[in-house]
Design a protein around this ligand. Structure first.
Ligand SMILES: [Zn+2]
Length: 412
């Protein structure tokens, strides 16, 4: 609650906030360091420092931003990056507006060099088109302070285990979270574990059938699992070669919060699906194909995308991960046999995959204007009822697809 008061102290325009700022800030806008007779100030002062450390700025004129003590160019204020005695700091009172002129950076070369040494590249920081400086809370996509996120990011009750932030998410279903808990506690009944417990069995990996089964092999070293990891890494344009759950989950750090959500859902669901495939073979003798696991992973990713409340970055890398889905259906004759078709294409228009299915007779006849979906649906008409075929990449019969940035007209 003190942090909420601290956020309001820094940002509110209510009379009480203006009064407190006038009383407790000096003329340079810094917190007073000497004693002030107040019942709340001692606690509030500490909360304000914490709020500042967890805030960033959308920079306008820079008049409200402390060059040294505010986080404006990186996650840490320059104050925290330099080791300078306190008696020198008190003379460092520059505002960021001193290196901004007419809405563009105008820092002297020495300042640019200093900032470069601290990892701050001014050319990479975009200035707000208005003159207004806006303080944003780092941990919420909308930039507004919330007690919930403040508690999560500053409380000493923060989780002590590395996997908790990955499983405690809206996009992770409870059964996937509890399965992850079992993996992280080494409590899966893999065959090496059963042998250690005294069972006399012959161990064989259910996926490749030529190695002993243990968790490391099944999830990370098995050629079948590796193929799935390489596939998902290429979809997200990440470096493949994963060897354990922790580094795999953490490899999404450079992605937006939205894609991080999807990545963690993809990783945890793939691990779960590998285990399901292993169990199907061990207990039922049924063998799942790699394509089957990939297809079910994509369904899980689609569901996670629907559950995520976060935003994606509007850049080429992230947009290229999003896929356009075209779908359509076609029937032969007014009450003839029908088929449906779906094509998935990326931002460049390349066909990533295609699905087609034969349907029974339908009472309405309609076609789609989308060429690729139409061709896929036509293919479905020739399939026996209920049969479904999937293709990775562009199949040979898909001769016509819409080109990006071209207008198409439909004549009836
Ligand atoms: Zn294997």
């Amino acid at each position: 609650m003190l942090m909420k008061l601290g956020w309001a102290f820094l940002n509110d325009h209510e009379p009480w906030a203006k009064f407190l700022r006038a009383k407790f800030l000096n003329k340079e806008g810094l917190l007073t360091q000497y004693y002030k007779n107040s019942s709340v100030w001692t606690g509030l002062k500490e909360a304000i420092v914490t709020v500042k450390a967890h805030s960033k700025w959308i920079i306008g004129s820079g008049k409200d931003i402390d060059f040294w003590r505010d986080c404006w160019g990186s996650d840490t204020a320059i104050y925290g990056l330099l080791e300078i005695p306190d008696d020198i700091w008190k003379h460092c009172t520059a505002k960021l507006s001193q290196i901004i002129h007419h809405n563009t950076w105008s820092a002297p070369p020495e300042v640019v060099e200093l900032l470069g040494c601290l990892g701050i590249d001014l050319n990479g920081i975009i200035l707000n088109s208005s003159d207004k400086d806006i303080r944003v809370w780092k941990h919420c996509p909308h930039g507004l302070f919330s007690i919930h996120s403040a508690f999560q990011h500053t409380s000493s009750h923060a989780p002590k285990v590395w996997w908790y932030p990955f499983t405690n998410s809206k996009v992770i279903l409870p059964r996937i979270a509890s399965f992850t808990w079992r993996i992280c506690h080494n409590s899966l009944a893999t065959e090496d574990f059963l042998i250690k417990r005294g069972l006399h069995i012959t161990s064989r990996c259910s996926l490749c059938r030529c190695n002993l089964e243990n968790m490391q092999h099944l999830f990370w070293n098995c050629p079948q699992s590796t193929e799935i990891w390489d596939w998902i890494a290429s979809l997200f344009q990440l470096q493949a070669g994963f060897t354990n759950l922790k580094t795999t989950l953490e490899s999404c750090k450079q992605l937006s919060s939205y894609l991080s959500d999807i990545w963690k859902a993809a990783v945890l669901n793939i691990v779960y699906l590998i285990w399901i495939a292993r169990n199907a073979f061990v207990f039922e003798g049924f063998s799942h194909s790699i394509n089957d696991i990939k297809r079910r992973s994509l369904v899980a990713i689609k569901d996670a995308a629907g559950l995520s409340c976060n935003n994606m970055a509007n850049n080429c890398l992230e947009l290229s991960i999003e896929v356009k889905i075209n779908c359509g259906a076609v029937a032969i004759g007014a009450t003839g046999k029908a088929g449906v078709g779906v094509t998935a294409r990326n931002h460049l228009g390349d066909v990533l995959g295609l699905l087609t299915k034969g349907l029974d007779s339908v009472s309405h006849c309609w076609k789609v204007a989308n060429f690729s979906a139409f061709q896929a649906a036509k293919m479905g008409v020739s399939l026996p009822v209920g049969n479904l075929e999937t293709f990775l990449r562009r199949p040979h019969f898909l001769t016509k697809i819409e080109e990006p940035n071209v207008c198409y007209f439909r004549f009836t």
